[in-house]
Design a protein around this ligand. Structure first.
Ligand code: ZN
Length: 449
């Protein structure tokens, strides 16, 4: 339907959230390619390098550090882990596993080791996947002291009896857990919250897709003036990072966050999927479902029971943040997940670009998602406010119907996305109508959505 052009400048989020930039997908893919080789974990130099890279795209990003040993709610920040080198030499002295070729080869948080062992002894420290013989698995041992190497089952089967040498040159000592934070003030102190993780080594979908999409969104949000809401964006190690962040910010977050999203797995060619908040009916849930529903393609809805990323913390009892997750193929639900097959050929520029554009619409709507109340008692006179078209065509009849329907639901307790849902009109069209009504001084925002 056609509504008169809203008399608002288009510099805000809403004005640019529908702008399609076809080149962004390729740019995001190029970023992922640059970040792919870095060795990330809960802590370590690779995390800092990842954040410094993000800072080159989003100069306002603050890199923050928490010292090893810091108590955070029920947890303690672990020692900083850095690997200088790691390899296995076969009985003839040939390097058969090399951390420098693929950082998935070393189980994350392995203890340092330099040992000669028989094949049998070595087997106790080797990890592979029988069902995916070409894949190197991604494994971690964050809180149990041990060491291990991950390799393809194909390679493991070829190992001949004899004496091997396993070397992991790694340090685990007091240092820092680092994370990135970007706070963008808006007209209101109420916040939209976005989070992703930076703790996985060389994997593309379940790691870099969330990082690059959030970075591009941060760049766009930084350039948008006239943000209605403030925005809080974080790039943190999963679980311990989220818990540490909560331990520092919980009070503020509970008071200020209106809606939020956990970004993960946005680069594979699979269709979009949705994982609700624990409550399931927050404004974040409603906005996600509305924008996904208008995307023209079917999407999968997961149960909160299938959660796996930091929505585990954001939606925990007592935290209760309205955080949902829009993904492509969900972590754990695709065969390449947590293996070397989740690489740069698994993610696509087009998929990353589509995810970025979808999230722009989600945020454009989130920023406008107020509860509106009509100011008149009984229907307003639209004609005298020049809102009633003087030409009666089919188009204008539909426009008038939408306009009067939106007015009918502007009761002060129905949010913008709920009005759009009730009126069966696209969400961003509903925003446009409400902006027209606001310009005509017919509606007032009661509170943020
Ligand atoms: Zn993961």
């Amino acid at each position: 339907m056609k509504v008169r052009k809203p008399p608002f400048p288009s510099a805000g989020l809403f004005g640019t959230c529908e702008t399609f930039q076809p080149e962004v997908g390729k740019e995001l893919y190029a970023w992922a390619k640059q970040l792919f080789p870095l060795h990330r974990s809960l802590t370590g130099k690779g995390n800092l390098e990842t954040l410094r890279f993000i800072q080159t795209k989003v100069p306002g990003l603050k890199i923050k550090a928490l010292k090893s040993g810091t108590r955070c709610l029920d947890w303690v920040i672990p020692p900083e882990w850095n690997v200088q080198d790691a390899y296995i030499l076969d009985p003839r002295g040939k390097k058969i596993i090399d951390f420098r070729k693929n950082n998935l080869h070393v189980m994350a948080y392995s203890e340092p080791v330099d040992k000669r062992l028989t094949l049998n002894e070595l087997q106790a420290h080797l990890y592979s996947l029988k069902n995916q013989p070409t894949a190197i698995p991604y494994l971690t041992t964050y809180y149990k002291k041990r060491w291990g190497f991950c390799l393809s089952h194909q390679q493991r089967k070829k190992l001949k009896p004899g004496m091997y040498r396993a070397v992991i040159q790694a340090s685990k000592k007091n240092g820092n857990l680092v994370y990135g934070e970007l706070l963008l003030p808006g007209k209101s102190r109420k916040e939209v919250f976005l989070s992703t993780y930076i703790c996985h080594p060389s994997m593309a979908n379940d790691q870099l897709s969330g990082v690059v999409v959030l970075t591009a969104l941060a760049r766009w949000l930084s350039h948008c003036r006239q943000r209605n809401h403030s925005f809080r964006l974080i790039w943190i190690p999963e679980t311990i990072g989220a818990i540490a962040y909560l331990s520092q910010n919980l009070k503020k977050m509970k008071k200020q966050i209106r809606v939020g999203w956990q970004l993960a797995c946005l680069g594979d060619p699979g269709p979009f999927s949705f994982l609700p908040s624990r409550q399931g009916d927050t404004q974040a849930d409603k906005i996600s479902k509305k924008i996904l529903g208008e995307n023209g393609k079917s999407f999968r809805v997961w149960s909160f029971l299938k959660r796996g990323s930091d929505e585990r913390q954001w939606c925990f009892p007592g935290v209760d943040l309205p955080v949902a997750s829009v993904m492509r193929s969900k972590y754990g639900a695709y065969p390449e997940y947590h293996t070397s097959l989740d690489n740069l050929s698994f993610v696509r520029p087009k998929s990353l670009g589509e995810a970025y554009h979808l999230y722009k619409k989600i945020l454009g709507l989130a920023d406008e998602n107020f509860y509106w109340r009509i100011k008149t008692i009984a229907e307003p006179n639209l004609g005298k406010r020049n809102l009633y078209p003087d030409l009666g065509t089919k188009d204008t009849a539909a426009a008038i119907e939408s306009l009067s329907n939106v007015i009918a639901f502007a009761d002060g307790s129905t949010s913008c996305v709920e009005i759009a849902e009730r009126c069966k009109i696209p969400a961003l069209e509903c925003v446009k109508i409400l902006r027209l009504l606001r310009a005509a001084k017919l509606v007032t925002a009661v509170s943020g959505g």
